[in-house]
Design a protein. Sequence first.
Length: 491
Amino acid sequence: MAEPVDRPTDEPLTGWGRRNTPRYLKRGSGPHDLRLAAGSALLGLVVAAGAVLAAGPWDSGQRKAERDRAVAQQHAGGAHHEGTGPEPAPSAPAVLSAVGATAGLTAPAGASGLEAALTPLLDVPALGSVRAAVVVDTATGEQLYARGAATPMTPASTVKIATTAAALSALGPAHRIATTVTLSPDSRTLTLVGGGDPTLDKAALRALAADTARSLRDGGTGPVRLTYDTSRYSGPALHPIGPNENIAPVSALMVGEGRLDKSVRGPAPRTDDPAGDAARTFADLLGDAGVTTSSAPRSGRAAAGSRTVATHLSKPLSALVERALTNSDNDIAEALVRQTALKAGEPASFAGSRRAVTARLKALGLPVAGARLADGSGLDRADKVTAGLLARLLALAAGPDHPELRPVLTGLPVAGFSGTLDDRYTATSPATGLVRAKTGTLTGVNSLAGTAVDPHGRLLAFAFLASGTTSPGEAEAALDTLATALTGGAR
């Protein structure tokens, strides 16, 4: 069994996605266009600050504030680029000068500049005994810095970058996970069929119960038995780390991630029977809707020939990916890799998910040598990835050829503003707002992978992995200093 986490895998965040990435440019924009347009992109960020602060949960994977900012850019005279194709992510210095953010910043010039800037920062004792780093210019694909790029290391929660990308690539950002209710051919048995949506909540079950009751009334059905079907998933339900407040037993049917309190993120007491709890809650809601069940719900597959009488669809996959990355949500991450496995025809288990995710990443042309995706969440120490894989994947998500991967970028926490980076950068840090990154924390393991805007306007993809660390706080500060160096500032 793996060691327990030193504390929750990454810190709980204070709100969903309060900040967003810059609006993307049209296909055909070259590196020069990316840099020139960055000023208007960030100017839009300033102009739309009020809209950003008011933004709520994600809407179909596209944060509402991002649309508001796009309108603000148009009103502020932002550059318009012709074309209708996918859009690479921009980066930008121009508006920073206007708001005083670039005062004193010096961008490392090319590979030699990054070598001089990053190497001493990687050698600090706080980063433990083994460390790796890769930096890629997303506009050109050029690798600007590499150290231990091909060394497989335990990534902790940064593995969510790989597993969410695989799900988006396999299923597309519009995919939704269905939870259904079926009625047997003899109209005597209802079955609640789990599709693998960990975000299913009581309100969704109430709507399912109301739709079910309406259908039964229309058909003149009397009292029914209630069963629940979790057969979509297979293999062990318990994560290898064992019972843990960071993740519920993995089940195709659960409500609110199996949390026993009212929390929606972070560690929490978890039920040991998420499917049974969901079914019992559904039975009560059926009763409220006027449907009489003849006995307590029991586990069982839907009968052959059953017809669907009610369906609930999850938020789009893009929104689930963003939530998984911003919140470092382990339950969603495990659900997403199982959806990837199902699409690939593999069993929806830890083993089947590992094969499906690895194959999908390989199909994207990514360097998977040495990678082992033991789980989707990063809680398993058996996970191994390279810094090169993570940085290349982030660069791919920023490019024009795979717009389906864009939620990997939009879901990354923003330094000093949101998610697990909410309190990692101060208001005066030169990296605040310019770094977006996924954090990773296990005992002795710390990681940071994401994007940074340098003073030349380049959007850099980076991955920093460290093992053998002894102080999580000191390791996090060292990783943040590395990311800050990419922006040309000192922490």
